[in-house]
Design a protein around this ligand. Sequence first.
Ligand code: UD1
Ligand code: CA
Length: 460
Amino acid sequence: MTALNQNLDVIILAAGQGTRMKSATIKILHAAAGRPIIDYVLDLAGAICDRPPIIIIGHQRESVQKVVGERARYAVQEEQKGTGHAVLQAAPLVDGARHVLILSGDVPLTRPETLRRLLDEHDRSKNALTLLTMVLDDPAMYGRIVRDDHGAVTRIVEAKDASDDEKQIREVNAGIYVFDGTHLFDNLRNLSTDNAQGEYYLTDLPGVLRDSGRRVGAVIADDPIEALGVNSRADLASVEGEIQRRVVTKLMSEGVTFRNPATVVIDSTVSIGNDTVVYPFVTIEGTTTIGSRCVIEPGVHLTNVNVGDDVHLKTGTVAEDAIIEDEAAVGPYAHLRPGTKLGRRVKVGNFVETKKAVFGEGTKASHLSYIGDAEVGADVNIGAGTITCNYDGVNKHKTVIEDGAFIGSDTQLVAPVRIGKGAYVGAGSTITKDVPAEALALSRTPQRIIEGWATRKKTK
Ligand code: UD1
Ligand code: CA
């Protein structure tokens, strides 16, 4: 097995557009659980073989190369003349003495264990070709595996070329193969396009090898989901659903509690610490990381957010490109926009919006505020309805509130403006000038009392 791994090249087929997706984007770049489908296939190749795989590109090759980068070597298939023709394009990059594992760029759910089982069987049997198959209740458009009376694989027949009898066969080709390299490329050069799709079928090789007296074997995948190919949006949804289940299962094994795991959407790129509790209908995306002992209530939506330990995110909190440090509490219904950083023990309450705002340790903005382009120190109290007026219609300006300041309710801070350390701003003020440390600033019109005014109005 190890010997075979060192003597292995991996080819990934990814040149086709994927017309059944009805998309402007090539199918292998469609995302499932936050990553393009091709990423999962590259991970799989990486788990099996140290040498970078060879990816066959064609449609939208620049976009594919941008996503795949240095993780693969490239061979270009100028015209998509079939899977056999695709593999042939890798010939100049493969040492024929090696074994060749062929993966499909649109089959992302295969587990490394299953591939190892396939490689072990290939190694043990000395087959010229060992392929992965699966048994389906509805074999649909997959290639059918034809076996002889002794149960040996004789050939694959594509669904479009199959007779009515052959269409009944429920064992199908998963699109994953290990070839002894010496039997691969010469045979590919001799393929014909005499079939329903007028293509060079890689799947003709089992028949060709058998006819020339070589051995062809098959390993049946335990779980057919592992070979599910993404050909349509419905397939994409099935793949995403399976990745979601795997993500949640792994997080649970790492100590995360889910009140209702079937309802959450969590990208495969997300990490969550132990003893964190996730409520139903939570969406966590991108590079988000969450620490230990947090509570993530219903309707929370996080995108690229770093959350510390012991953080409480209450119902309906939305955050993107933000940092929330230990023991902070946010929401319900708060919106932390990009560039927000909440220090330890910060409290941001209901209907508070922040943007490019840094809050020091222990600071509170408990109700109904907008704090944007602001630097707020530690232990600041921001009263209900405080607004940083950061935009003059042309430019954005900064508000600075220093440590220990107290901002009374319903205050407008017209930026650029600075509230000094320990200063007080009286409720209902419109602050247009800097407030020195320890001062009180008030900008209200003095209150007037007119005795008996209401009685006189009524008797008129
Ligand atoms: C293929 C197999 C089928 C198998 C199924 C499993 C063939 C002829 N059929 O069918 O037996 O059951 O996969 O998923 O191989 N590609 C290229 N260049 C081409 C054509 C295809 O790179 O000229 C790539 C595609 O981008 C895709 C992969 O090869 O990643 C498979 O091609 P696709 O058209 O999806 O084949 P299926 O019809 O699914
Ligand atoms: Ca396919």
